[in-house]
Design a protein around this ligand. Structure first.
Ligand code: NAI
Ligand code: SF4
Length: 508
């Protein structure tokens, strides 16, 4: 009997380790306990799954105290119980997804190379190694894959720039600094299917001619760091990293580096500075990292999800990937539902699904049943979107036209008790806290922003201060060196536009 208990840190944070121990203690017959990643239905964690003839049957959320009762009720055979959720793959949340990047997350043992291969792993790298580097780049270009970190720059064009760059030393750097609030897909992928990222980076290395790669992981993700390091060791042992990868002449070495808790180190040039052992300060662009990157060498910098989307693209062809999605947003996006939402987690599907389908449909609205007042899409620097606009499709252009942004695909839900003026103030506060300090609009503007919001809310020369706030937002948007200062006005402006009443405290 095979029993799966996730080792994902979200599941562990609600007691998955204790549940796993309780199952081993209480099992009345021999079991094989697999610590898988999370399926992404976080409201059901710890979600215990048992192999049955009908498929994997899930029970959740399981507490250690209920394990003996579940075992007595026949959980190990998939029997009925009030916590039984049914065959996991048939649950609407799972059934309705198109999982390419997350195809194996929650299914395989994250550290088993044989499990990885048995579930389609390494097909992409094998296909890539049979192609010339330029053909691999063409395949990625044909897929329409765009940077999943947030900016959405076409991955194939970036790779081509690095391929064309001169010099024997090139690097592949994976940005796993996932600093956006309400996002956790990078972490879940690294904990739940680290080989997928390793495979994607190795394909990138072949495509551009790099021999060394770094994964820059935020320090807040110790479990992901551990999983990646163990997976890298296993990949070396399997001949998937190092010399003569899969018997080819490709050599690629991969290292993990851990950040030190600065949001700005998720900005690619800051991340490179940090990787070089310096303080995380933003570099002016150009030159872009694709030309002058790590240690001044041509460097691919991609987000975890971008690189982890590549194995499927090479395995099944760029065309198949490009058939999914809408307009210029091709393929799938791993959406993350968080905040005040009844059913939070990851939902990977083709671009084009609406905000309403995700938030009120799959997410089930708020846990208390109070109305949703707004969602913030794309992290703390994303715009607030009111329910009137929930018909918008989730794609780069449609959101951009609506003065919002997709970012890293995170959606944070707020109910009607939220004070949107306080949220606007928080955007400035956050920027003041996390600014690298290199340029004035951001370093000084964020501090002045907090003060100005306070004056407006306090009823002090409201019109004058609103004009100052508008000027400040314009200056930060146009004059900041990087997206940190440049995007901070997004939450502020959208809160002002859609919820002006919250800025009129006296009238309330
Ligand atoms: P950007 O638009 O400056 O650059 C996008 C990427 O394209 C960069 O890697 C850049 O080097 C590359 N690029 C541009 N022109 C190129 C060319 N001709 N050839 C090759 N490569 C080229 O945007 P940036 O500043 O890198 O990212 C901003 C985004 O980051 C925001 O939109 C936000 O959504 C997102 N973000 C994500 C966070 C997360 O935790 N994932 C945190 C904060 C922001
Ligand atoms: Fe640094 Fe802010 Fe300027 Fe970016 S915008 S370079 S974070 S001071």
């Amino acid at each position: 009997i095979t029993v799966h208990v996730p080792q994902d840190s979200a599941a562990v944070s609600v007691g998955a380790n204790e549940v796993a121990a309780a199952i081993q203690r209480a099992a009345d017959e021999p079991i094989r306990l697999v610590r898988n990643g999370s399926r992404g239905m976080l409201w059901l964690e710890p979600l215990v799954e048992v192999d049955t003839e009908r498929g994997r049957v899930g029970y959740g959320p399981v507490t250690p105290g209920r394990v003996p009762e579940l075992i007595d009720a026949g959980m190990l055979r998939g029997a009925e119980h009030e916590l039984r959720q049914g065959v996991v793959d048939e649950l609407p949340w799972m059934r309705d997804q198109q999982r390419l990047c997350f195809a194996r997350v929650g299914i395989t043992d994250p550290l088993s190379t044989s499990d990885y291969e048995a579930h389609g792993g390494m097909r992409g790298l094998r296909a890539a190694l049979a192609k010339k580097p330029s053909e691999v780049v063409e395949e990625v270009t044909a897929s329409g894959l765009r940077g999943r970190g947030g900016a959405g720059f076409p991955a194939g064009i970036k790779w081509n720039t690095v391929l064309q760059a001169d010099g024997p030393d090139k690097f592949i750097c994976c940005n796993a600094d996932e600093g956006d609030s309400g996002t956790f897909a990078d972490r879940m992928l690294m904990e739940g299917d680290p080989f997928c990222l390793i495979e994607g980076m190795t394909i990138a290395a072949h495509a551009v001619g790099a021999t060394e790669g770094y994964v820059y992981v935020r320090s807040e993700y110790p479990d992901a760091v551990r999983a990646l390091r163990r997976a890298i060791d296993a990949a070396y042992a399997a001949g998937w990293l190092g010399e003569a990868i899969l018997g080819s002449d490709l050599r690629f070495d991969l290292f993990v580096r851990v950040g030190a808790g600065a949001y700005i180190c998720g900005e690619e040039t800051s991340m490179l500075e940090s990787l070089e052992g310096k303080r995380g300060m933003v570099r002016a662009k150009p030159p872009i990292p694709a030309v002058t990157g790590l240690f001044g060498k041509p460097t691919v910098v991609n987000n975890v999800l971008t690189l982890a989307s590549v194995p499927a693209i090479l395995a099944d062809g760029g065309q198949a990937y490009a058939e999914l999605g809408v307009e210029r947003s091709r393929g799938t996006q791993v959406f993350q539902l968080a905040g005040n939402v009844a059913r939070g987690g990851v939902f990977e599907t083709a671009f084009g699904i609406t905000i309403d389908e995700l938030v009120n449909g799959y997410g089930g609205g708020t846990p208390s049943g109070r109305p949703v007042r707004a969602v913030q899409i794309g992290g703390p620097l994303g715009s607030y979107v009111p329910p009137e606009r929930f018909g918008l499709p989730m794609d780069y252009e449609a959101l951009g036209e609506a003065q919002a942004m997709l970012g890293h695909g995170g959606i944070t839900v707020f109910d009607d008790t939220t004070d949107m003026a306080a949220m606007a103030r928080f955007a400035f506060e956050f920027c003041a806290e996390e600014s690298c300090g290199k340029c004035t609009p951001c370093r000084v503007g964020a501090v002045r922003g907090v003060e100005t919001v306070d004056r407006i809310v306090g009823g002090q020369d409201r019109d004058g201060n609103l004009a100052v706030l508008n000027d400040l937002c314009e200056l930060m948007t146009d004059g900041s060196l990087c997206a940190m200062g440049g995007l901070t006005p997004n939450p502020v402006r959208s809160a002002l536009e859609h919820f002006p009443e919250d800025f009129l405290k006296e009238a309330k």
